[in-house]
Unconditional design. Structure first.
Length: 230
């Protein structure tokens, strides 16, 4: 059987304990290019292998076929697939190529389809997030910085570590696996940290329970009660 992580020295990995025998941490991975050989996709696939090694369950969303925001009804199959995965996940990995100094339109469109609330459910609030980027040139942090802002706007816990891979076309071999390097080691660090933070923070709604939202909910409940009594 082929070693799924040939570049990882497993002897240096400390076991990540699960919490009270619950299900594996559920991690959704998003990437930002539909090219046949998308380096953001290859990096996400490498990240998924690492996450599974650390005991997580992973799912990767393929953005191909996702319509532009507001250019299709909300019941479009790709939109529904994305929203279901958003609600399924307890943590996420976002990875976009840098284009014109910014995240790609393909990536941003995925987030723009996600509302802050789906009925009474907030699909991203309180979930953990790891951010990564790939570049065709020298190393840059434009995209990861933007993704951090976007993650905060979506009310997520973005972990401290991050990954930026410059000249990504040099970092993957003919089998589309990431080559051994300090850049690969950083990806290992990020995924290990994401699993740890997800185990710590999942199922802790008290950490994101906001006064303003409780107040709004109470006012809505009062209005419904008053309407029924009329």
């Amino acid at each position: 059987m082929t070693n799924p992580l040939p570049n990882l020295d497993a002897s240096l990995i400390q076991p990540i304990a699960s919490d009270d025998g619950q299900h594996k941490p559920r991690i959704l991975l998003l990437y930002g290019s539909t090219r046949a050989r998308s380096f953001s996709r290859l990096l996400v696939e490498e990240a998924a292998r690492l996450l599974e090694h650390f005991g997580a369950e992973t799912r990767i969303f393929n953005p191909s076929g996702l319509p532009l925001p507001d250019d299709a009804p909300g019941d479009h199959p790709k939109v529904q697939e994305l929203l279901e995965l958003m609600q399924w996940s307890e943590g996420q990995v976002w990875c976009s190529p840098e284009r014109h100094g910014s995240m790609s339109a393909v990536f941003k469109a995925q987030i723009d389809w996600v509302p802050l609330a789906l009925g009474a459910v907030r699909p991203t609030q309180g979930k953990t997030l790891a951010v990564m980027q790939v570049s065709g040139g020298s190393q840059s942090f434009n995209v990861v910085n933007q993704l951090r802002v976007l993650g905060r706007w979506m009310r997520m816990f973005t972990i401290p570590n991050q990954s930026s891979v410059p000249k990504a076309y040099l970092e993957f071999d003919e089998g589309n696996r990431m080559k051994p390097s300090s850049l690969y080691d950083r990806v290992v660090d990020v995924m290990e940290e994401l699993v740890k933070f997800t185990l710590l923070l999942r199922e802790r709604p008290d950490l994101v329970d906001r006064y303003s939202e409780r107040k709004e909910s109470a006012e809505e409940l009062t209005q419904r009660v008053n309407q029924r009594s009329i």
